[in-house]
Design a protein around this ligand. Structure first.
Ligand code: UDP
Length: 239
């Protein structure tokens, strides 16, 4: 089965917003369970999976900064939010028998293990899904950048970015009915055209390390597995 796979080892970036469902805030457990089920299906296909989870459903540092507060403190609050989401996703994966571990870039040993590349690789070697929490551990970064960074550290074949829509469009398809979806782009295309899919630092890091980015809809049930198996709808960013 693994021989038919398009990618054997991937990192999936799940934004915090993907977990909130229609609630508009926080974690919708049914949605977390559905995403976990897609991850479980991909595991059963034989794909090694690690995950970077965002925190925007709970907190973003800019929210503090925009109201005159300290950006660094705001970003620390955002990083903590990603840990909450990581624990929720691990719980959803555990319910369906998927062995997953949370590694945080910010040490909190009573709650989860701390990130190091060696520990992450050792867990992956044992067949566990590794969930990276705490972003990069630094303010002024995003979890998209953390995703590109961890993707490079894990030596993945592709970075999957789950979004609200099924790929990268020429304009926001929710605002502009004439927007068209790209099948393939280069990292340079994304950077030069300023396509809003991941922040510039993330795309540049992926380009530097020759990591393809696969942009797909996280809300389309089973799509992750379909793309890994060679089908589905996505935009692939590669050189
Ligand atoms: N954050 C940070 N450093 C990082 C990653 C995240 O300071 O390396 C903070 C930042 O405040 C960000 C918040 O955590 O707004 C949540 O992450 P992000 O906005 O990337 O989450 P997503 O949009 O994917 O839900």
């Amino acid at each position: 089965m693994a021989g038919d796979l398009r990618f054997k080892r991937v990192l999936l970036k799940v934004s915090g917003e993907a977990l909130m469902g229609a609630q508009g805030f926080g974690i919708d457990v049914a949605v977390a369970d559905r995403i976990a089920s897609d991850i479980g299906e991909a595991r059963r296909l034989g794909v090694d999976i690690s995950i970077v989870i965002g925190g925007g459903n709970i907190f973003r540092g800019v929210a503090v900064a925009s109201k005159g507060g300290d950006r660094v403190t705001g970003d620390q609050m955002g990083m903590l939010a990603t840990v909450i989401n990581a624990l929720a996703l691990r719980t959803s994966l555990a319910k369906i028998g998927i062995d997953a571990v949370v590694l945080s870039a910010v040490a909190m040993p009573e709650i989860c293990e701390s990130f190091s590349q060696l520990v992450a690789l050792a867990h992956a070697e044992k067949g566990r899904v590794v969930i990276f929490a705490g972003g990069t551990g630094n303010p002024f970064f995003t979890t998209d950048s953390a995703a590109a960074l961890r993707a490079a550290e894990m030596g993945v074949d592709a970075l999957f970015k789950g979004t609200q829509v099924d790929g990268i469009y020429s304009a926001d398809p929710k605002q502009d009915a004439s927007a068209t979806r790209y099948e393939r782009l280069t990292h340079d295309d994304v950077l030069r055209q300023g396509l809003a899919v991941m922040d510039v630092a993330a795309v540049a890091l992926a380009r530097e390390n020759k990591i393809p980015i696969v942009v797909f809809s996280i809300h389309e049930e089973g799509e992750f597995g379909r793309i890994l198996s060679g089908g589905g709808r996505s935009t692939i960013v590669s050189d």
